[in-house]
Design a protein. Structure first.
Ligand SMILES: [Mn+2]
Length: 247
């Protein structure tokens, strides 16, 4: 099969709402990746793949072995895999690059793929009026907090983080479902960016919306769905950029 497609998914939030349900979703994600691999030139994991991830210098969380093994296999067989950190899984070190061979992106990237220019990001923190969110994002990204957290025994640190991430998800879930139309921060952001940069397509996760916007003419914004209730993805074949659902 010719490998000429590019796949984009986000917000699988592995780990919630509980181990059993997450495992079912993880297996579905593995099926998706193996299916996509057949004709994929690259696969973009656009953030919040894990509901919580924290790795230590010599140790990683004891979950997600099917997904991690599959990703390593796919990379070894020659497909590029990009891993964007989301707001739920930003606490990475070198494991994803070194052990799995993924290309890690800790912020947005602008990339020309088969003749079109893509602006790709997880998409949190785009609303510059949301000072509270930006403060928390800066705090969690700070070296001081990371060092402090890493110094707590994982027995406590991981347990605390798991309960925190679940609480955070609950508080966001109602807002996440609201479609703000033209008031959507990602839409406004994309409109502003194209005034300065020649971007054709924006792809974001984070908002869980599963929605396509026309920015202007042929310029598009795609906001990927989450995988807890949906299983959407975007695919680009050099001619069409489409939102699809994996069943
Ligand atoms: Mn997110």
């Amino acid at each position: 099969m010719i490998k000429n497609k590019y796949y984009f998914i986000a917000d699988t939030h592995l780990g919630v709402p509980n181990y059993q349900e997450s495992l079912i979703r993880e297996k579905k994600l593995v099926s998706f990746l193996l299916e996509a691999e057949k004709d994929a030139k690259a696969i973009y994991l656009m953030g919040d793949i894990f509901d919580f991830w924290h790795e230590y210098k010599y140790v990683v969380p004891k979950y997600y072995v099917r997904l991690l093994g599959t990703l390593a296999l796919i990379v070894d067989r020659g497909t590029k895999v990009y891993f964007f950190t989301g707001n739920h899984d930003q606490w990475i070190r070198d494991y994803f690059q070194k052990e799995i061979g993924m290309i890690v992106c800790t912020k947005e990237i602008v990339q020309t793929i088969e003749g079109k220019t893509f602006y790709l990001a997880h998409g949190d923190g785009l609303d510059k009026t949301d000072k509270k969110y930006l403060f928390v994002k800066a705090l969690f990204g700070s070296k001081f907090i990371r060092v402090l957290f890493a110094s707590i025994h994982p027995r406590w640190a991981i347990a605390f983080a798991n309960s925190w991430s679940k609480a955070s998800r609950k508080s966001h879930s109602i807002e996440d479902l609201v479609d703000k139309g033209s008031q959507e921060a990602m839409y406004k952001f994309s409109k502003k960016i194209i005034e300065e940069k020649p971007i054709d397509y924006f792809i974001f996760g984070h908002r869980h919306l599963n929605k396509e916007y026309v920015i202007e003419n042929n310029k598009k914004l795609i906001i990927l769905s989450e995988w807890i209730n949906n299983s959407g993805y975007a695919v680009w074949d050099g001619e069409n950029l489409e939102l699809k659902s994996f069943e």
